[in-house]
Design a protein around this ligand. Structure first.
Ligand code: 13P
Ligand code: SF4
Length: 386
């Protein structure tokens, strides 16, 4: 039975990005040549990101609404209390580039997944308040078991991390006993514990290049990043068929149209985007302008706008990025390629929740042994390859 692989927000069948054969492991994109066929592992439920849990009314949000103090505080009062408490607690506030502007503005450090892990590994602050999604706070907890790591809302999950379980990785490894497992950092701790290496979007290519050529690679869970890695390294990579619901919705037509509408602009494309392999092929064929098209992690995007001469940047990732870029290089213009690319998980972290995290020391994130030590090995390898 042939399955048409369509991305979230696009009705199945309308844009058959990939055609896979159920029970088989070869996937091909009809718009790409057959040498770009890939080996995939079909997850149990397809597409996995469609099963993502709702975060409309989380337990932390309910606690805020029922709180005796917080609903009566103005934004300014909340900020003043946060400033006072962070000093008293000697806390460091780390925030991902997709966080709400007010959270980014209050943070001690704002960065991409790799930079946040590096910051967590380096800080000597006894309390780390992690404003990002749960796997990021877990990574900090794995790196700093002697510190208190808090996340203001533990239901800040990640649709991509939710596409694979530790049991599924164990089964996958059984089918490829000599395979080396490379897990994107967007995974839960027990999945990292099954991996040989972790990577982020900023060092995935280097991590795979550092693995001996004769080794089979099992890359999980993001198939689009995996396709990108395969293309950049020329290595045979087995892919897990996971996706991020926010990035899967970016289409090659949107990218081409944006580049055409803004001839002076550079395009910044996150490697999780659903169209990244089509764009890579269009670049190689000369159908997209190579001198203006750049695939970057969110940290790479920040470096790019600092250094580029382009007056306008088209941003193909989650829209929280625009605030970060605007602060970094305010004299330039930033246009979102998809204005509705919003990660609801990142946006669950709000000012009242950040205040409550510092006031009540909630919610602690801990990773117990032996998962912690096993996951730590894979994360350390990620931090070695920068
Ligand atoms: P970066 O590592 O590029 O910040 O990406 C993290 C992420 O979750 C992208 O969706
Ligand atoms: Fe996860 Fe996608 Fe949100 Fe990134 S944007 S945290 S990959 S759901």
């Amino acid at each position: 039975m042939a399955l048409h692989w369509a991305v979230d927000n696009i009705p199945a069948g309308e844009i058959p990005l990939f055609t896979a054969t159920a029970g088989a492991t070869t996937m091909r994109n009809p718009t790409l040549p057959s040498e770009l066929d890939v080996q995939v592992e079909l997850p149990t439920i397809m597409p996995r990101s469609k099963t993502r849990p709702s975060v409309r009314l989380t337990e932390a949000q309910r606690a805020i609404e029922q709180d005796a103090e917080i609903p009566y505080l103005t934004e300014q009062e909340l900020i003043e209390r946060i400033q006072q408490l962070r000093k008293e607690r000697n806390a460091v506030i780390l925030a991902h580039n997709y966080q709400l502007p007010i959270i980014q503005d209050l943070a001690d450090f704002v960065g991409d997944s790799l930079q946040l892990s590096q910051q967590a590994a380096q800080t000597d602050a006894p309390v780390i308040v992690f404003c990002g999604v749960h796997f990021m706070a877990e990574t900090a907890a794995i790196l700093c078991p002697d510190r208190t790591v808090l996340i203001p809302d533990p239901e800040a999950g990640c649709s991509l991390a939710a596409t694979v379980t530790a049991e599924e990785v164990r089964q996958w490894k059984q089918n490829h006993p000599d395979g080396v497992v490379v897990a994107y950092v967007n995974t839960n701790a027990d999945v990292k514990a099954e991996a040989d290496y972790c990577c982020t979007s900023s060092n995935a290519v280097k991590v795979v290049q550092s693995i001996p050529e004769d080794k089979e690679i099992l890359f999980l869970p993001d198939m689009f990043l995996g396709l990108y890695v395969q293309r950049m390294t020329g290595r045979k990579v087995h892919l897990w068929l996971g996706e991020c619901h926010v990035h899967a919705g970016f289409r090659a037509e949107d990218i081409a149209r944006a580049l055409e509408s803004y001839p002076d602009a550079d395009l910044l494309l996150h490697p999780e985007c659903g169209c990244v392999s089509q764009c890579m092929f269009a670049l190689a064929a000369g159908d997209l302008p190579a001198e203006r098209t750049f695939v970057h992690s969110t940290g790479g995007m920040v470096r790019h706008v600092r250094e580029s001469r382009a007056p306008i940047h088209l941003v193909a990732t989650e829209v929280g990025m625009l605030h970060r870029l605007q602060k970094e290089a305010p004299h330039k213009q930033y246009i979102p390629v998809k204005a509705d690319a919003i990660c609801e998980y990142m946006k669950t972290i709000t000012l009242p929740k950040l205040y409550r995290a510092l006031r009540d020391m909630v919610y602690p994130v801990r990773v117990e042994e032996p998962i912690r030590s096993r996951a730590r090995k894979a994360i350390d390898r990620m931090l070695e390859v920068v």
